[in-house]
Design a protein around this ligand. Structure first.
Ligand code: C2E
Ligand code: MG
Ligand code: MG
Ligand code: MG
Length: 289
């Protein structure tokens, strides 16, 4: 009996693995054509001033409209793109698309929000980031003050000397640097003084705890205090409830990003938001899920 179960288990397992592997290969093949097929699009999520609710910036978030399969979330394809190396070309497209969008807003007479772009580890290590950013900003005549680059802690510590050179080049261009998912990486705090970082983004996992357990906000509070002590700006990400917003406001958090103020949305929807002036709390705004 045990043998039979084992065999069944084994058969099921192999079939499953094959289906999985096949789906992954298909995904990878489709991903390698996504750029030439023009299947990527940027969505934009508001980052608002915690006190006034005014939109201070947006984060550009990549979406893949895979032919015949609909929207694929970055959680599914970014790791794949990172492993295959495609992420460098895709990341360059993101920078180009963000600058092109800012130019479109400028030409339309709209005051553009600051746009934050995410950069992956491989793009940071291999991508000539400063050259790519400078090229895109020049081509589209975009002021560097409108660009922010989101990095993660783990990218910085891999090769600190190289990191220092690259980050100082980005700063020399006038670009702002922020640390995404702050508090979840494995690194020391020393690099916060060593590298020219402007902004800390408190990770969603710390925001989610606010109000759900005694002292659930302790880590978020500590990051805010740390940021301000180092003269850094601090953004909370993943803010979903008015209680979380109030807590962060009380602690002096500078900016808020999350479904409470808007989901990531396509550029035309964001334009409506921009034209509509200041934003009120409106969790329903946006089309992304
Ligand atoms: P991230 O940079 O930390 O982006 C924040 C993620 O949290 C986004 O997921 C956003 O949609 C989601 N989010 C924002 N507010 C809320 C909220 O109130 N509640 C919840 N539950 N989630 C919220 P998304 O767009 O699926 O992106 C996931 C990750 O994929 C990003 O995390 C980033 O690491 C990566 N990614 C996205 N676009 C790019 C890109 O252009 N390049 C690279 N290298 N990575 C990207
Ligand atoms: Mg980010
Ligand atoms: Mg994040
Ligand atoms: Mg993340």
């Amino acid at each position: 009996r045990a043998k039979e179960e084992g065999r069944n288990g084994f058969c099921f397992y192999t079939r499953d693995l094959n289906t999985d592997a096949k789906a992954k290969l298909e995904l990878e093949a489709a991903l390698s054509h996504a750029l030439e097929r023009d299947e990527f699009v940027l969505h934009y999520q508001p980052q608002v001033d915690a006190r006034t609710g005014r939109m201070a910036g947006v984060e550009a978030l990549l979406r893949w409209n895979r032919r015949g399969a609909g929207m694929v979330s970055p959680g599914q394809f970014i790791p794949l793109a990172e492993r295959s190396g495609l992420i460098v070309a895709i990341g360059n497209w993101v920078i180009e698309a963000a600058c092109r969008q800012i130019r479109t807003w400028l030409d339309a007479g709209v005051k553009p929000p600051r746009v934050a772009v995410n950069v992956s580890a491989r793009q940071f290590a291999e991508g000539d980031l400063d050259v790519v950013l400078r090229g895109a900003m020049r081509r589209h005549r975009v002021p560097a003050a409108l660009i922010e680059v989101e990095l993660t802690e783990s990218m910085l510590v891999h090769d600190p000397d190289k990191t220092e050179i690259l980050l100082s080049r980005l700063k020399a261009l006038g670009i702002r640097l922020s640390l995404d998912d702050f508090g979840t990486g494995y690194s020391s705090l020393g690099y916060l003084q060593r590298f020219p970082i402007d902004t800390l983004k408190i990770d969603q996992s710390f925001i989610r705890r606010i109000g759900t357990q005694p002292d659930g906000g302790a880590l978020a509070d500590a990051v805010i205090a740390l940021a301000h002590r180092l003269n850094l700006r601090v953004i909370a990400e993943g803010v979903e409830t008015p209680q979380q917003h109030q807590h962060l406001l009380d602690q002096g958090c500078d900016e808020i990003q999350g479904y409470l103020f808007g989901k990531p949305m396509p550029a035309p929807d964001l334009l409506e938001r921009l034209a509509g002036g200041a934003c009120s709390i409106s969790g329903n705004v946006g089309t992304d899920d």
